[in-house]
Design a protein around this ligand. Structure first.
Ligand code: HEM
Ligand code: FES
Length: 782
């Protein structure tokens, strides 16, 4: 944005607008020139919505669009805040026509008795949640599993039809029809004429989220009217046979039990809206995903080589280039979002695709990274009490499509083409997707058995355990008695991810089931190299023994990460580093970083004897007098109590070592300010869950409006997943902190080793993989 006009600020508008137009917002604030120009029906938005509103995300995150008559919201936190509060921000306008139609089109719609009303997605409380709860069971991961063989068989047979052609429009020849067939099957609708339904559903999209020209409006209205009547007829047929399988029949049966919750108007409206919700979203999402992957041939190659990456790749595609670009809400009372006043009655266009590119939430947000840790934080499925119920069906379909393509057509590439989109604010995917390949090189011609190979589908949020990357062992160096250092590099010259001091990686020690965490100990400044030091622990669980016995230079290993749960606060006045034994690994990287930053620090390193202590010479050369070595056999034990007797203003203590040392440190630091002691544990102290000793408890999920029971034999994490609530996780043994959830009330029985004592006592967060309720109920911000 150029700065040719005076920036303006008025109360309730914290934004410096830059050049202004002559227009004003409903609150009397001047409208910036960019905001005045904003037009989501233009090609710029259609081609790339997050790019089109980049200026807003960066400079004017909430603005009023005079052309649309909506406030447009572009940042992650603001959009999530809107999703969280479905009373202040009603979803009632979600299916409203964004462009009002003329009298003639309205008359056409009326002539069909068109009365699309509240379904779920546009229903307010208190009607919505009881209905959602009543209709939820067919979406549980367990129920969805039954659909997997059908989706796979469809995908396989459609690929069969064109695999020898060398060229296909994937949208026309596969990606439109299969999600439609799956949607009809899921809903329980007999498979009707697909082409007619395709016309109907595009008309519904244009009618709801588009800007049809006056001459198109009448044709659209006829199609939508016909769709409405078709939905009514199908529903009548279903009522004759309510015991048949299908979500709509499930609804009809629920209506008998709760007629006030599952109403006639709901069923008819859902019959129509459901086809679109389940079908177009998924068809578009897959077309966007295949396009994005083929635009990144290296990434495509990696996916072909390692199908285990597919679930997270799906999530990253849905984040980076999702099929729902924006959603809507209506403000029901005067309020503020991101400091901007929004009066009751304001209409909001929440650009979820822009939130998904918000640097404040996703690092290097524009980068397409199929190993991204938090890809599933995207808002393409919405969030909270209205979050997409069908997300796991969509994820399953997309995984199967990508698995079929990567296995059977790994040599597929994009044809030259210009992509076109049906102009509308929300539903987004290319109308055609031409791809080509050399049929003579089809892997099945050499190995026909490939057609039938299948990788199990992951139902639900992707697991971090599958996000691995190959590395090559460049060197194995003994660095002390019983300790070897491995220097790991990329196998193909592609850069390895950057890492920060305190990070660790997970190494698959011989098999995916034997995965062990090792802290990185090299120089964070040295790009493209990862170094770990492994202590041989004969009494351990076999990981270190495997490394010592098997690993040699030139071997390929699979790793996950790097990830950092032990971050150095780089703004500190002083850092006191304490390492015991092999705990020197992360601490050495931190001390190196502290030195590079010019920070004041000291490093205390304890061990049984010098021969068993790694890196002594290197540490002495680097840190000089700042290093204190405490070897027990020299009678120089580290007196932690004396060392930490007095809290040092602005200092933090970073420690890694045996559990006994870390526990002693907690006591020694009792007088230090909250959070001054940061520790990294090697191993969990968590016992396996013993149902005979555990209590059941309930969690109330504030954002989702649900209550979930956690029985004695189940973790909170698995109970949440079974209820279709996404929570990230990694170690699942209380070590890493990735499954942290916020606790709004109730007392937590903490069992992790991540939280500090003051954090535990505050009872405002917990690790879902292991911790439980002390008694009764917890209220969580989920
Ligand atoms: C709601 C996106 C697939 C059924 C939603 C919402 C979005 C969305 C943005 C509104 C969320 C909110 O207001 O917080 C998507 C995307 C899909 C997809 C991007 C595919 C990639 C599906 C499928 C089904 C489905 C396959 C059904 C089988 C629903 C239902 C709701 C919904 C029933 C309403 C939930 C409620 O309001 O309580 N979806 N959807 N969706 N979706 Fe999906
Ligand atoms: Fe690692 Fe829960 S998943 S602490």
């Amino acid at each position: 944005m150029s700065d040719t006009a005076m920036p303006s600020r008025t109360s309730g508008c914290p934004v410096a607008h830059g050049p202004l137009s002559s227009e004003r917002t409903p609150t009397g604030c001047p409208v910036s020139a960019r905001a005045a120009e904003f037009d989501p029906f233009e090609d710029g938005y259609q081609q790339d919505p997050p790019e089109y509103v980049r200026w807003a995300r960066e400079k004017e995150p909430i603005f009023f669009s005079p052309k649309l008559g909506y406030w447009v919201i572009t940042r992650y936190d603001d959009i999530k805040a809107v999703f969280r509060d479905n009373i202040t921000f009603s979803p009632s306008n979600a299916l409203e026509k964004i462009t009002p139609t003329g009298d003639e089109a309205n008359a056409v719609l009326a002539s069909y008795g068109f009365a699309l009303n509240r379904t779920l997605v546009n229903e307010d409380e208190p009607a919505h949640m009881p209905r959602r709860r009543a209709l939820m069971d067919p979406f549980t991961p367990e129920a969805l599993r039954h659909h997997e063989p059908m989706v796979r068989e469809l995908a396989r047979s459609y690929v069969d039809r064109f695999i020898d052609d060398g060229r296909a429009d994937l949208v026309d020849q596969m990606l439109w029809e299969i999600p439609l067939t799956v949607a009809l099957h899921f809903l329980g609708v007999p498979e009707e004429d697909m082409d007619t339904l395709r016309k109907y559903s595009i008309a519904h999209t244009v009618n709801t989220w588009g800007r049809p020209k006056p001459e198109e409006q009448v044709a659209v209205a006829h199609a939508v009217g016909n769709f409405w009547q078709y939905a009514g007829k199908v529903l009548e047929k279903m009522r004759q046979d309510p015991d048949a399988p299908g979500w709509m029949q499930y609804g009809i049966r629920k209506q008998k039990l709760h007629p006030e919750v599952v109403t006639d108007s709901y069923l008819h409206s859902m019959m129509m809206a459901g086809i679109v919700a389940a079908h177009e979203t998924t068809a578009n999402a897959t077309a966007n995903a295949v396009k994005l992957l083929l635009q990144h041939p290296q990434v495509w190659q990696e996916l072909c080589e390692d199908p285990g990456l597919i679930p997270n790749a799906v999530e990253e595609c849905v984040r980076h280039n999702g099929s729902v670009a924006a959603w809507r809400r209506l403000v029901t009372r005067d309020t503020q979002v991101g400091g901007v006043d929004l009066p009751a009655g304001s209409r909001l266009l929440i650009v979820t695709s822009s939130a998904n590119h918000d640097e404040a939430h996703f690092s290097d947000a524009d980068l397409f990274d199929i190993r991204r840790d938090n890809a599933s934080d995207h808002l393409t499925f919405g969030y909270g009490s209205h979050q997409c119920m069908g997300k796991n069906l969509a994820r399953m379909e997309m995984q199967i499509f990508l698995e079929e393509f990567t296995r059977r057509l790994p040599h597929m590439r994009l044809s030259e083409q210009r992509f076109s989109y049906v102009p509308n604010t929300s539903f987004r995917g290319p109308e055609h997707l031409w791809v080509e390949w050399d049929p003579a090189a089809n892997p099945e011609r050499r190995n026909p058995a490939l057609r039938a190979v299948q990788v199990p589908v992951r139902i639900g949020e992707p697991s971090r355990h599958a996000i691995t990357r190959p590395v090559v062992v460049e060197r194995v160096t003994p660095v002390a008695e019983g300790i070897v250092k491995l220097r790991l590099v990329s196998p193909d010259g592609k850069p390895l991810p950057r890492w920060t001091a305190g990070s660790h990686i997970d190494v698959e020690c011989g098999s995916p089931e034997r995965s062990r965490q090792y802290s990185l100990c090299g120089d964070p400044g040295e790009a493209g190299v990862l170094e770990i030091a492994v202590l041989h622990e004969p009494e351990g669980r076999g990981g270190s023994a495997w490394v010592h016995a098997q690993v040699k230079a030139g071997d390929r290993l699979r790793i996950r990460g790097p990830r950092n749960h032990f971050r150095l606060d780089e703004s500190l006045a002083k850092a006191i580093f304490i390492a015991g034994g092999i705990g020197i690994t992360p601490v050495s990287a931190m001390a190196r970083r502290a030195k590079a930053l010019g920070m004041d620090y000291e490093l205390h390193y304890s061990g049984r004897n010098r021969a068993r202590m790694a890196f002594l010479d290197e540490l002495a050369a680097l840190h000089g007098e700042r290093l204190q070595v405490h070897a027990s056999d020299e009678g120089r034990r580290c007196d932690l109590r004396a060392l930490l007797a007095e809290p040092v203003a602005g200092a933090q203590v970073y420690a890694c070592g045996p559990l006994r040392m870390l526990e002693a440190l907690e006591d020694c630091c009792a007088a230090w300010p909250e959070g001054a002691l940061r520790v990294e544990h090697f191993e969990s102290t968590l016992a396996t869950l013993d149902p005979s000793k555990e209590q059941a408890f309930e969690v109330e999920l504030k954002d989702s409006g649900l209550v979930v029971n956690v029985p004695p034999g189940q973790t909170l994490l698995s109970a949440l997943r079974a209820a279709n609530v996404d929570v990230q996780s990694d170690c699942e043994e209380g070590l890493c902190g990735s499954c942290e959830v916020r606790v709004l009330s109730g007392k937590v029985d903490h069992r992790d080793v991540v939280l500090t004592r003051p954090e535990r006592e505050a009872h405002n967060k917990m690790m879902a993989c292991c911790s439980r309720a002390c008694e009764g109920r917890l209220v969580l911000e989920l």
